[in-house]
Design a protein around this ligand. Structure first.
Ligand SMILES: *Cc1c(COP(=O)(O)O)cnc(C)c1O
Length: 445
């Protein structure tokens, strides 16, 4: 695994990285003093091959998105077959087999009642679409009842993350959401405390007291409630009790509020259920999918809604939903999404996820006793180590690369969410690397 064969010469590597530093923005790092970027030559299976020769076991699935590994022959073939026909055609007035098949599959696989699919380009956009759907729905209802439109606000919980575009940002955690800078231009919404009873703990309705009070006081203003089901990801890798989600569904019903569930991070098996909603046996009114939708190949997202919502919007004065991205229904993305969903079942995803979960329970859970560890959490294919201190990203990243793994922690969290095809040996390399850096003071600040 340590052969230093690479397709990029050393001098090319230097000039590429110099140009990268000079011209290229990377996410959440300074443009003038950026954190180092590692140059990737190729990736295969669960391994990322750096141009400098290191072979890294991937613990991140390229931000939750890769399911079946990199450079998969079946996913590659799906792309090539589609490209040989056409890569893209506009979706206004035209349609094609790959998109139709994908939407059929999504309706079939997602909770009963979600029947209409709106395809878009990225997770954040699918959240924008969900919010617009909810607002346009409430607009159409007010119009029909000939009453003034008052339901224009959103309700959510703290610690959430829903994306980086404006409407999505407005429902991210007001403090950890990294978006305080935009506070003056963001729409103001209602925030309930984050769910506090953890997955697997004893349930008590106390956890929804404040949320219920917000519904009760403001339902006349609230168009929709939005939440990540079971796993609050970017907001802290917190796993909460399914009864909380059930209670949300009941409150939305009681107060005539649209329930939007953001399954962008949790969809397609990640939590041990195909969709995290299934832990609570609920159907939302609107569901967002992204990240794993194409198995990590190309950006694609989907917003699903009920027949009732689609019908109400379509019966409104506009007569249609007011959104239509240029690359809607991109054929390459849909083709690879179809192949990825097929592979999920061919590979018996449930068995894969259970295998990862039990290995993580055996290997990662014991890190709880480490002096630098506050908590460890495992659910499905997700493992998180919450530290007592923030990590030093540049240093810890360098050490992980030296240890032959790709893990990118943030804040006090070191987490892994590997491709489903990872072996238990590869998983143990990931966890051993975490155990090693926990002992190194210079990896923490
Ligand atoms: C990643 C993520 C998003 C945003 O998706 P992008 O494709 O990055 O725009 C939204 N919601 C959740 C829960 C996510 O994890």
């Amino acid at each position: 695994m340590n052969d230093k064969h690479t397709n990029i010469t050393q001098s090319e590597q230097h000039s590429l990285l110099r140009s990268d530093k000079e011209n290229v923005w990377h996410p959440y790092t300074s443009m003038s003093e950026p954190l180092p970027s590692y140059l990737v030559d190729s990736a295969q299976g669960v391994t990322i091959n750096l141009a400098s020769g290191e072979r890294l076991i991937d613990g991140m699935s390229s931000w939750w998105s890769v399911l079946h590994g990199y450079n998969h022959p079946k996913l590659n073939a799906a792309l090539q077959e589609q490209a040989a026909k056409m890569s893209h055609v506009m979706f206004g007035g035209l349609t094609h087999r790959s998109a139709i098949t994908l939407c059929e599959k999504l309706v079939l696989l997602t909770p009963e009642g979600l029947t209409k699919v709106f395809l878009s380009d990225s997770g954040s956009v699918s959240v924008e679409v969900a919010i617009k759907m909810a607002l346009q729905y409430q607009h159409a209802i007010a119009e029909k009842k000939q009453v003034m439109l008052t339901k224009t606000k959103l309700l959510t919980v703290k610690n959430g993350y829903h994306g980086d575009t404006f409407a999505a940002m407005s429902v991210c955690d007001p403090i950890t959401g990294m978006h305080q800078i935009f506070e003056q231009v963001l729409m103001k919404h209602y925030f309930a405390p984050a769910p506090s009873i953890k997955f697997g703990e004893n349930w008590s309705t106390d956890d929804v007291t404040k949320l219920s009070a917000l519904f009760s006081a403001h339902h006349n203003e609230i168009a929709a409630f939005i939440i990540e089901p079971i796993v609050q990801g970017t907001g802290g890798m917190r796993f909460y009790h399914p009864e909380y989600l059930k209670a949300c569904r009941l409150l939305c019903d009681k107060y005539d509020v649209i329930m939007i569930v953001d399954e962008i991070a949790t969809g397609f098996g990640r939590t041990g259920k195909l969709f995290a909603c299934e832990w609570a046996e609920i159907t939302p009114d609107i569901m967002c999918l992204g990240k794993t939708l194409t198995g990590g190949y190309i950006t694609l997202a989907a917003t699903l809604c009920t027949t009732h919502i689609a019908q109400t919007i379509s019966d409104g004065a506009a007569g249609c939903f007011m959104h239509g991205p240029t690359f809607m229904g991109n054929a390459l993305a849909c083709a690879v999404a179809n192949a990825s969903i097929d592979l999920l079942f061919e590979n018996d995803w449930q068995n894969q996820v259970q295998g990862i979960e039990s290995t993580l329970n055996t290997l990662l859970k014991p890190l709880t006793t480490h002096a630098r560890v506050k908590d460890t959490r495992v659910l499905g294919s997700i493992g998180a180590v919450e530290c007592t201190q923030s990590v030093n990203v540049a240093q810890i990243q360098k050490r992980f690369v030296e240890l032959g793994v790709w893990i990118r922690p943030f804040g006090q969290l070191i987490y892994i969410i590997p491709p489903l095809i990872i072996t238990s040996e590869q998983l143990s390399t990931l966890v051993n690397a975490i155990a090693t850096v926990l002992d190194e003071d210079e990896c923490f600040s």
